[in-house]
Unconditional design. Structure first.
Length: 151
């Protein structure tokens, strides 16, 4: 029964994470006023929670004695592929994570954002940097590998 609950939470993390990445990218494309930053930070928080759930439940499933056992996973090429893709997504998330943490601190303190006299992180720029395209493509990759994904 515990194995089924952990598996369900693992899949729930995927169901939370993918839309939150999309919503974070959408929030970055919109105006980054107070409401826009709240949308951005909410989507980023959900993405962080989903990633943590995904990691913890994945480790429990692979090494917690709940399912097939670690010997099965160590011998599985698919497991190593998924683990490698997860590590790639984590590596790609370092820069956005650090940036958004700085923005959260600046927003909480009421201080203007770096390089901006008006309080918006992009007031001095013409358009926001692109944080999401690679992560969005990586999120669709497992579906493409199995033939279930879109373009």
């Amino acid at each position: 029964m515990i194995a089924a609950i952990v598996a369900a939470v693992h899949y729930l993390a995927l169901a939370l994470g993918l839309p939150s990445v999309f919503l974070r990218g959408r929030a970055l494309k919109g105006p980054l006023d107070r409401a826009g930053l709240q949308r951005l930070f909410a989507a980023d928080t959900v993405w962080g929670i989903a990633a943590a759930l995904w990691l913890v439940t994945g480790l429990l499933r692979a090494f917690g004695g709940l399912e097939k056992g670690s010997a099965f996973y160590f011998a599985s090429r698919l497991f190593w592929l998924k683990l490698g893709l997860f590590a790639l997504v984590v590596a790609l998330e370092v820069w956005p994570m650090v940036t958004l943490i700085r923005w959260r601190r600046a927003a909480a303190s009421g201080a203007p954002f770096e390089g901006s006299p008006h309080g918006s992180p992009f007031a001095a720029r013409r358009e926001p940097p692109r944080l999401e395209p690679v992560n969005a493509r990586m999120a669709r990759l497992p579906g493409r590998l199995t033939g279930a994904g879109g373009p």
